[in-house]
Design a protein around this ligand. Structure first.
Ligand code: CA
Length: 226
């Protein structure tokens, strides 16, 4: 264990070989790494270690990854979470819920890819250079990562925030799902464009009537001032 320059990543994974491979690549990238094999101990580990990010397997004994993330968010803990999933039904369950997942990887994954995804999640969580963006009834404080729809402040996941900020930085411009994946998630279309639709749906649900996001059939999305 021990925290290196980029901060400590907690890997919650019950398969020792996978956990150790992930830890090896994360350490090589300059992260400190702690491993927790039991889902039932993961919440306590997050509270004790205060990691900069959590790599969270869904299939765990004690408490599964989705329940762990739900409990963290319910407690107001928005530490970035990168899910690892072994099965399609787990992925369907994850995408169907609004639990504040920042990204996910499906097994088997390349440990190099895992480390790259952790870096991306953290880079997004640290925000961009623009200070404030508005579009229609939506206002964003970029460095503070806060969002208002009308008068009401809205809590977004780190991925939802980055997606909204990216759309608002390009007002009126139609952005394809592939462009959004590459700009917001930081990787190419191989990961699937469904995740973009899922996050747009979540954003619309949270922003309600103030949502500036327009669907451009067959292409992607645009933010309109309305
Ligand atoms: Ca597992």
């Amino acid at each position: 264990m021990g925290s290196a320059g980029r901060g400590l990543v907690l890997v919650v994974e019950d398969e020792t070989a996978i956990a150790e491979l992930a830890a090896l690549y994360l350490r090589r990238d300059g992260f400190g790494v702690a491993i927790e094999a039991d889902g039932g101990n993961a919440l306590a580990a997050v509270r004790r270690l205060r990691p900069v990010a959590v790599v969270l397997d869904i299939g765990l004994s004690g408490m599964d990854g989705i329940e762990i993330c739900r409990a963290l968010r319910a407690a107001g803990d928005w530490t970035p979470v990168l899910f690892v999933t072994a099965r399609d039904d787990e992925l369907d369950r994850l995408l169907g819920l609004e639990i504040g997942a920042d990204d996910y990887l499906t097994k088997p994954f390349s440990p190099r890819e895992l480390a790259a995804r952790v870096r991306t999640v953290l880079r997004r969580a640290s925000g961009g250079p623009v200070s404030a963006l508005t579009c229609g009834g939506v206002r964003i404080d970029v460095p503070g990562r806060r969002v208002w729809a009308g008068e009401a402040e809205v809590t977004l996941t780190s991925t939802e925030f980055d997606l909204l900020a990216h759309l608002l930085r390009h007002p009126g411009q139609v952005l394809s799902r592939d462009q959004l994946l590459s700009s917001v998630w930081g990787y190419a279309a191989a990961a699937g464009t469904r995740t973009v639709d899922v996050h747009v749906a979540q954003l619309r649900a949270k922003l309600g009537a103030h949502s500036p996001i327009r669907t451009v059939r067959g292409i992607g999305y645009a933010a309109d001032a309305g």
